[in-house]
Design a protein around this ligand. Structure first.
Ligand code: MD6
Ligand code: FE
Length: 217
């Protein structure tokens, strides 16, 4: 059975594009849940504010980040890692909003990943000019678990590469309310985000918001 057979039970099959053997872009998956999710994210950011992170080599990242859920992803001089305490507040990260984990589990299942239990959500905010270099997501403990990525606001070219940094990559546009799920054979692909172009989006204004929801532990 392919993962798409699961759609047989659904009234409306979400529009999707397979970008890899086990990587699927669900167009407009978040539909009209966008405003609720974003207002929940704004509440999170009142407690654990956005901040620029620094790579272990001291390079300031152009995006601003925060987290919610049991674990938050961090980088600083001590390296890349997940941590239960927000170093800005010295408190646990805010809880992951329930609707966020429900939507993430739902879309992971549509992509064929059944036992996904999210415990971490990285919030990245891109202003025009911000970007994310090619990288692998490999700080999680179990690579059989997928990653779910929700995008809001200004569209961006997502760079979708291979298993070596130098492999050639494709560009895939991520739009407001899109969900991207990847795992399995594609879990350790290099990926990144091209510089965000200037613009104003009706829902988010002059930015792009990306949420990556994971099972870190
Ligand atoms: C972004 N995303 O879309 C950055 N990583 O802003 C990621 O780095 C990412 O979208 C793993 C899986 C999905 C992603
Ligand atoms: Fe990533």
């Amino acid at each position: 059975m392919s993962s798409f057979d699961l759609f047989a039970n659904d009234f409306a099959e979400p529009m999707h594009t397979a970008i890899g053997e086990q990587a699927i872009l669900f167009h407009q998956f978040l539909g009209n849940t966008d405003e609720t999710i974003l207002s929940n994210v704004r509440e999170v950011l009142k407690v654990s504010p956005l901040r620029h992170l620094y790579t272990p080599s001291g390079h300031k990242m152009s995006v601003k980040s925060s987290n919610c859920g049991h674990y938050g992803w961090l980088t600083d001089k001590q390296g890349y890692r997940y941590q239960e305490i927000d170093p800005v507040t010295s408190k646990p990260w805010p809880q992951m909003p329930a609707n966020l984990s429900v939507k993430a589990v739902e879309v992971a299942r549509l992509a064929g990943f059944e036992s996904f239990q999210p415990d971490s959500c990285l919030i990245n905010v891109y202003l025009p000019g911000a970007k994310m270099g090619l990288h692998q997501d490999k700080d999680e403990s179990d690579f059989t678990k997928p990653i779910v990525s929700f995008s809001f606001g200004l569209p961006v070219d997502f760079l979708w590469g291979g298993f070596k940094r130098s492999d050639k990559y494709q560009k895939i546009t991520l739009q407001h309310a899109d969900a991207l799920v990847w795992g399995g054979k594609d879990r350790l692909r290099y990926h990144g985000v091209q510089q965000l172009k200037e613009g104003v989006h009706p829902t988010t204004g002059r930015c792009r918001v990306n949420l990556t929801i994971r099972q870190a532990d």
